[in-house]
Every structure is written in structure tokens, then in C-alpha cells.
Design a protein. Structure first.
Length: 286
């Protein structure tokens, strides 16, 4: 006979705690962006065709940290103008609006504060960006935009860390994640949060009106349902993420790049690119 009265055990049973939604994480990004209004303004300005380099540079200089990063990138070996970029306006011209937009997005999301991110976050992000740019011609995509896509690909992971730094660190320290490489990390993120960090990256870039090619590539790059719907952008990104992983964590499990690139990049070609990639990342301080 049912009495309708809870037993002590039933009453004490804790409710299962729901994880954050994508909307919750985007609200967090908005809160972080409010602390960096100049960076958020730069993101908006670089989406406006009527804005010129001089106007953008004038706004950019109000955020010293972001300006410093842009100046360092403009003078880096990547652009081959070491020491010759001395004004912010020239740096804007050299780096380009799309790259400045990507850098401003990371700043607006609070991701240029190194102490909240894993030690390998920026080396991996930089390596992915440089690899994307280097491989872009093989996939028929513009190199400057590919650079931006690679730089922003880890945005979602950093947002998840901002949401729950201690919890994400526990996830990173799990034995299966530590030993299983990127695939294990993505499975753990799906298990704990309900989505992969690249899905968070895609949602954030969509909210900020980045190109549809970027958001589609991020949605597809780790899609477990299969690779039949890949795009040149997602194949370029997937191959570049693999290259960056091999550079930053050479002991991690690898994935066949011929399959990732759907025949565009061989293992020999990737191996030949790795020294240049290593040099570009090692020399960077942006």
C-alpha cells in the first residue's frame, strides 16, 4: 500500500545537479566582456565595413594590454617585419581586421589572463593558428581567416575554465583524460558538461557575429557522428589541431592526418612543416 509519505532515505536523496547550458556560458562571456569594454567595442567595430584602420587604432589604444599584443604580433616573425611596426595604425594594417577581431574576442572573454588557463593553452592556440594559416592553401581557404579560426578554436575550453576552474582542473587530471589525449578530453567534456568545448567556441563566435564558416567548422571538427558533412574549413582546422597537439604534447595519442584532411595532407608533409611551426610558436611573445 502506498502512503504517499517520503521515507528518510528518499527525503535525503540529493537532486542531480544540472550542468551549465550554452546560454549560461554566453552570459558569463557577456559579464567578462563588460570588464573589457574596449575589447568588446573592437569586436563590434571590426564587423563594420565603414570603420577604417585609423579609427580602429584610436579605439584599440584605450586597452593597453590588447594594444601590446597586437603590436607584438605585428612585429613577430610571422609577418616578417620585426621592429619596423612602430605605430598602432600601421600594426592594424599589418595584422588585419580579422586577426585583431579574434584577439579582441579573446580579451573580451577574459582569456588573456594567463593565470586562469592551463600552461599549454596559449602555445596550443598559437600553434593551431599558425598551422591553420600554413595549411590554408591546401584547403582553398584564406590564410588570414584560417589563422583567426585556429586562434579562436580553444575559446570554448577557456570559457569552461572560467565557469568552473576547479572542476575543469579535476577533469584534466582524470587518468583517462591525461592518457587519452584530445579525444578523451572531448568525451569527458561531453560527459561532465553535456557538450564539447568546440561547441562552446562555435556558440560564442555565432553570438559575436563571426563568419558562418567559423562556427560551422567548430561544430563539425569534433562531430562524433561522422565526417561526411565536413567543409574545407573544418578539415583545415582538424588537421591544424592535430599538428598543434603533436607540437605541444608529443607523447599524446595521434590521429592520422591523411584521414583528418581527407587526403589533402600526408604525414610526410606534416612532418616537414613541424620545424617551421615549432620555430614560429617558440619565437612568439604575443
Amino acid at each position: 500500500m502506498t502512503t504517499g509519505v517520503q521515507t528518510t532515505d528518499e527525503a535525503a536523496a540529493p537532486e542531480e545537479e544540472a550542468g551549465p547550458s550554452i546560454g549560461d556560458l554566453l552570459e558569463l562571456v557577456d559579464q567578462l566582456a563588460a570588464r573589457r569594454p574596449v575589447a568588446a567595442r573592437v569586436v563590434a567595430m571590426t564587423d563594420d565595413d565603414s570603420v577604417g584602420s585609423k579609427e580602429l587604432a584610436g579605439t584599440l589604444t584605450a586597452d593597453v594590454a590588447l594594444t601590446t599584443r597586437v603590436m607584438k604580433l605585428a612585429n613577430s616573425a610571422y609577418f616578417g617585419l620585426g621592429g619596423r611596426v612602430r605605430t598602432v595604425t600601421f600594426a592594424v594594417t599589418v595584422v588585419g581586421f580579422s586577426t585583431i577581431r579574434a584577439m579582441a574576442a579573446t580579451a573580451a572573454a577574459g582569456l588573456d589572463t594567463d593565470d586562469v588557463l592551463p600552461a599549454d593553452f596559449w602555445p596550443r592556440s598559437k600553434a593551431t593558428a599558425v598551422a591553420c594559416s600554413s595549411l590554408a592553401p591546401l584547403f582553398g581557404v584564406p590564410a588570414p581567416d584560417a589563422f583567426c579560426l585556429g586562434l579562436l578554436s580553444g575559446l570554448g575550453q577557456a570559457i569552461l575554465i572560467q565557469h568552473d576552474r576547479d572542476g575543469y582542473q579535476v577533469l584534466l587530471e582524470r587518468e583517462d583524460v591525461a592518457a587519452g589525449g584530445r579525444r578523451a578530453l572531448l568525451l569527458a567534456e561531453q560527459e561532465v558538461h553535456g557538450f564539447r568545448h568546440t561547441q562552446v567556441s562555435a556558440a560564442a563566435l555565432s553570438a559575436w557575429r563571426f563568419p558562418r564558416e567559423f562556427t560551422d567548422a567548430l561544430d563539425l571538427v569534433d562531430d562524433p557522428s561522422g565526417r561526411s558533412s565536413t567543409t574545407p574549413w573544418s578539415r583545415c582546422l582538424a588537421t591544424s589541431i592535430e599538428a598543434a597537439g603533436r607540437l605541444v604534447c608529443p607523447d599524446a595519442p595521434t590521429v592520422d592526418v591523411l584521414g583528418l584532411s581527407e587526403g589533402s595532407v600526408t604525414e610526410d608533409r606534416l612532418a616537414a612543416m613541424m620545424p617551421k611551426l615549432h620555430e614560429a610558436v617558440t619565437a612568439s611573445d604575443w
